[in-house]
Ligand binder design. Sequence first.
Ligand code: FAD
Length: 317
Amino acid sequence: MKITEHIAAAKETLLSFEVLPPLKGKSIHSLYDHLDPLMEFRPSWINVTYHRSETMFKKKADGTFEKVEVRKRPGTVGICAAIMNHYQVDAVPHIICGGFNRRETEDALIDLDFLGIDNVLVLRGDAAKNETFFEPERDGNHYAIDLLEQVTRMNNGIYLDEDIKNGGKTGFCAGVAGYPEKHFEAPNLEIDLQRLKQKVDAGADYIMTQMFFDNEKFYAFVKACRDIDIQVPIIPGLKPITNKKQLSVLPRIFHVDIPTDLSNAIHRCKTDEECEKVGTEWLVQQSRELKKFGVPVLHYYTLGKPKVIRDVVQQIV
Ligand code: FAD
């Protein structure tokens, strides 16, 4: 079922979760162990992130280094199929431009369609670890909007090979990313929002946001979107803070602010357990307020912390 259909049919605020593929070498059961405690809350869907390969230098026996491509978390498509089969819930793969040319993307989309996957979250991806700026593959999509246009063309039965006439139409519902605190490469929030609007005008069915810890930033973002006539559902992405390190790691990696009250409260904690308690309370409060604000869905990044998310969700359902 499409995310837009889930939202249209909803009588109350929906829940959805996001998981990372397990590290290479771990079994699918490690993912089930992660998800099992959350399934009683009947999430409407589960997102599965995508992780491209990284270039690394591996030390050889003779002391020299060998350049190797390592993919630490493969399996996004297989995991989506496994989740749908195991839990009978929709799975939403994240698809990215980075690391794929358009033909490889087309083949991947065909696989997803054959598997009965109705939704994709369409993203550009970040620069590879050994690059300063994002570089598309040769004949690859450059921006999320280019990938989105490829998805939309396939939804209209148009494939890269012009000889394919009356091609089968895929039926993907496509989400795109939005940044309440601006994407870090955009010159300013206004330009970032115009680019977001271009994605919506190109066919995006909904927006899923980057994490944020201050609801006021989300409310301002929603208003700014509505002011420029972005009318699709906007789904807040939510994550708990569970240790002190995150106070500097999250702003550095995700370019988000941590409110002073939350930062001070975490600083005062003496153990990770205390941090988890503070992070849980903050997220419960955030979730309650967002629910009251009328968000269609509360989307939780579970990222190794299913117990914390369980504690939060238990308090808001
Ligand atoms: P885009 O929409 O292409 O925007 C990227 C930048 O380019 C922005 O600054 C935008 O303003 C600018 N821009 C857009 N169009 C143009 C144009 N025509 N000319 C000039 N500039 C332009 N990454 C992963 O690798 N795997 C994941 O699973 C993953 N999941 C994510 C889930 C969510 C909800 C979010 C918010 C992010 C996720 N990311 C993931 C990270 C994402 O790939 C990065 O944030 C990436 O840097 C930008 O992706 P985007 O889709 O927003 O890109």
